[in-house]
Each structure stands twice: as C-alpha cells, then as structure tokens.
Ligand binder design. Structure first.
Ligand SMILES: [Zn+2]
Length: 225
C-alpha cells in the first residue's frame, strides 16, 4: 500500500532563514512563532555584507488565513550594523525578500491577494471580504497599498492599448483611476480621482495611445475624445 502523507512541513511555506519554535491555535486564530537564524545581511545602501548583530526586533504580521482562521506570524529578527566605515547607514533591519518587506504589517502573499482583489472589486468591498475571511484591513489601507504598489513597480511599458477603470473607496466617496497595459494587464499608473481632467493630463503626455478598454467608459469619455 502506498504511504499516505498526514503532515505538512510548515517550514516549506516560509523563508529558510526563519525557524519555527512554537505554534498556538485558538478558536479564531493560529499564530506561528519564528526566529531568524540568519548570520549576515546585505546593506541596502552600499551592498556590503555585514555579520555584526546590532540588536533584535520583534514583528507581528498577518499572513493569508488558513482553515478558516486568521493567521499570524510572530517573528524575532535581527538588526545588523553595516561594516563599511564609509557607509552612513548605521543599522539595517533584516527583511525577507519576496516574503516580508521592511515595516509592512503583512506578508507579501497576503498583500498581493488584497491588491488583486481590490483591482477586481473596490477597496471597501475588498476590506469587507478580507475581514470576513479573517484578514484585518481597512478600505483606507487597501487604497494606500495599491498606491504604494504602483510606486514600487518598475515602469510598465505604455503600449497603444490601455485599459482605464476606476475603483472606489469609502463606499463610493473616494475614487482612484487605474491604468493598465491592455496586453500585459500590468498596472501602468494609479492616481486619485476619476474626473476626465486627470486622465486628460496623462493622455497629453502619452499621445501614442490610440485604443482603450474600459468598463465605465462614460466617466472618461470626455478625456478620451
Ligand atoms: Zn552600508
């Protein structure tokens, strides 16, 4: 008879530098306690690899919910001192590339899910769905996450086909306009407001754009015309 797997190795779902040392589960949430076992850190300012621990720092961050429960990570990580005497960067807090960024309160996969959902619905609906699933996030935070994501992304090529749409925050009281590359569906730009003047200013700098797709063409029809 074929052996059947009955357990998961949770370490497979986290960066190798993080070691799990405790798991606490109650009625509503699961918390995994982890500590960093890293020995070095690359200084983001000068690229020097440092091995000098400067201190520790503690973070409590959200991850995607599992088994219908909120999922939290309680992480103890290191601060490193840059060993380059000419570098102005005194201390570097450890980040986990592709998993958890500096000062973020949730994992990258959790943030990615929220942003993807917001682009399909609205910021307020996203917050409602997330709260029902056990992810604590407000509509205002969703809008900030989208704006910061657009700033962090490398500039997307603006082809001649552009998708334009709006998304709402605060139950329709605040709107943002999102522009996506019509071929790759990646975000080109996001700006606050959805009036045709804002879009018109952008179009004047991108005169090669000749084709548009939009679910709500009427809000932008004047600018496009
Ligand atoms: Zn440095």
């Amino acid at each position: 008879m074929k052996p059947t797997k009955t357990a998961l190795d949770l370490h497979e779902f986290f960066p190798v530098a993080l070691e799990i040392y405790d798991i606490v589960s109650d009625e509503n949430q699961i918390t995994i306690y982890m500590k960093s076992k890293s020995k070095e850190c690359i200084c983001p300012a000068c690229g020097t690899i440092s091995q000098k621990h400067h201190g520790t720092y503690h973070r409590r961050v959200q991850d995607l919910p599992i088994f219908g429960k909120s999922f939290w990570l309680d992480i103890n990580a290191y601060e490193y001192q840059c060993e380059n005497p000419d570098c102005l960067n005194m201390s570097n807090v450890e980040t986990f590339q592709g998993f958890l960024q500096y000062r973020r309160r949730m994992t990258d996969r959790c943030a990615f899910f929220i942003c993807a959902l917001a682009l399909e619905t609205s910021c307020e609906t996203t917050a409602d769905i997330c709260n029902a699933m056990g992810v604590q996030v407000s509509g205002d935070t969703v809008i900030r996450m989208l704006l910061s994501r657009a700033e962090d992304c490398p500039a997307e090529v603006v082809g001649d086909l552009v998708g334009v749409d709006d998304f709402a925050n605060k139950k329709g009281r605040t709107y943002c306009t999102v522009l996506v590359n019509g071929e790759s569906h990646r975000i080109i730009d996001i700006f606050e407001g959805r009036d045709s003047d804002t879009l018109k200013a952008w179009l004047q700098e991108n005169r090669h754009v000749h084709r548009f797709t939009s679910d709500r063409a009427s809000s932008y029809a004047k600018a496009i015309a």
